[in-house]
Design a protein around this ligand. Structure first.
Ligand SMILES: Cc1cc2nc3c(=O)[nH]c(=O)nc-3n(C[C@H](O)[C@H](O)[C@H](O)COP(=O)(O)OP(=O)(O)OC[C@H]3O[C@@H](n4cnc5c(N)ncnc54)[C@H](O)[C@@H]3O)c2cc1C
Length: 318
């Protein structure tokens, strides 16, 4: 029982989400510590393609491919994860702490009677199984140890690189899951349809704050810049609370955690709750008219300027 089981997450087009490969990176390190192999579980209906893709990264892929798992509903998924944990003889079950992971994994932990550490950012020490996770909006890093034999871990995708393919291909094994009676039923999914890259996967994120003054300015100024950079658009909570943009664009402690190559924060003061969601970005650029704004403390490049002048100029130069 020393194997590691990675729970895969698929997009609505059934492609493998990049976050899954960041969980594989954690799993490989965990496998070194337990002396086990890395398995993965792909759930859904018609998932042979992503399962084959994932086999390039792990030793064994289990595919729970059946109608009852077509929609990503936590209840049947948790049942399948329990079955996957048994089939793979896993001691550690890991999934990226995406919205989906946060929905499914605690239920699976409960079914397995396992302790769980969420939002894990790495191991503490070079051996053993002590885990680091941020608390207090990322201002304190806690070290935790799960004391149950089976351990469930959700990993923060921005803290791990996506795994590279392994030298040899893994095997793919079907897993039949007895789902039993369900208390929840899938009704419909209204996906956000956007031409832009997904906020959590994007290489470049352009984010705006209250400095834009209103929704119209936000749209008029940010969109051309995001278009030039093929960027996703993010926002501070102030902007979301004001109703200028939908809340799936919020970056921060109570929004999404992003770590793109380039994060451009415009008219955002840099409150700790916002910074908690973007401080892992490789390069941070801030545009703010207030030279004392806290965002400049974490920015690699700062421009003290009026955004209404600076942003159109930037678009023009780009
Ligand atoms: C429990 C809790 C959770 C929270 N979670 C989040 C979260 O997930 N994400 C989040 O973002 N916030 C979160 N917040 C809110 C957070 O504390 C801040 O209130 C929020 O981030 C402020 O948004 P802002 O920077 O857009 O606005 P402000 O703080 O009002 O800053 C606006 C900035 O724009 C600048 N500005 C104004 N005009 C111009 C101009 N013409 N040109 C250039 N710059 C200009 C100003 O100098 C200022 O720095 C949370 C708060 C709490 C209590």
């Amino acid at each position: 029982m020393s194997n590691i089981l990675v729970i895969a997450e698929l997009g609505t087009d059934k492609s493998l989400k990049k976050a899954t490969l960041t969980a594989v990176t954690f799993a490989r390190e965990a496998a070194k510590r337990t002396g086990g192999k890395v398995h993965a579980l792909v759930m859904g209906k018609g998932v042979a393609t992503p399962a084959g893709e994932l086999a390039k990264y792990v030793d064994v892929v289990h595919t729970a491919d059946q109608a009852g798992l077509e929609a990503p509903v936590a209840e049947p998924y948790a049942t399948a994860i329990k079955a996957g944990a048994g089939a793979s003889q896993a001691q550690v079950i890991v999934m990226a702490a995406t919205n989906h992971g946060k929905d499914v994994l605690p239920r699976a932990a409960a079914l397995l009677g396992a302790g769980m550490a969420s939002d894990v950012i790495g191991f503490d020490g070079s051996a053993g199984f002590q885990l680091k996770r941020p608390i207090q909006a990322g201002n304190v890093i806690a070290t935790v140890e799960i004391t149950t034999d089976t351990k469930v871990v959700s990993t923060r995708p921005t803290e791990f690189d996506a795994a590279a393919p392994s030298a040899g291909a893994g095997t793919v094994q079907p897993l039949a899951v007895e789902l039993g009676p369900q208390k929840t039923r899938f009704v419909k999914l209204d996906p956000v349809v956007s031409e832009r890259p997904d906020l959590t996967d994007a290489r470049v994120v352009v984010s705006g704050g209250r400095g834009f003054k209103d929704a119209e300015n936000f749209k008029k100024l940010i969109e051309p810049l995001a278009d030039k950079l093929n960027a996703a658009i993010g926002a501070s909570r102030a902007v979301v609370d004001a109703g200028w943009v939908p809340n799936d664009m919020q970056v921060g402690q109570t929004g999404k955690v992003v770590a793109p190559d380039l994060y451009i924060a415009i008219g955002i003061s840099g409150a700790i709750q916002h910074v908690a969601g973007m401080k892992g970005s490789k390069t941070i650029v801030a545009i703010n008219k207030d030279a004392e704004a806290p965002i400049f403390q974490i920015a690699d490049y700062g421009l003290v300027a009026d955004l209404f002048k600076a942003v159109p100029e930037l678009v023009e130069k780009l």
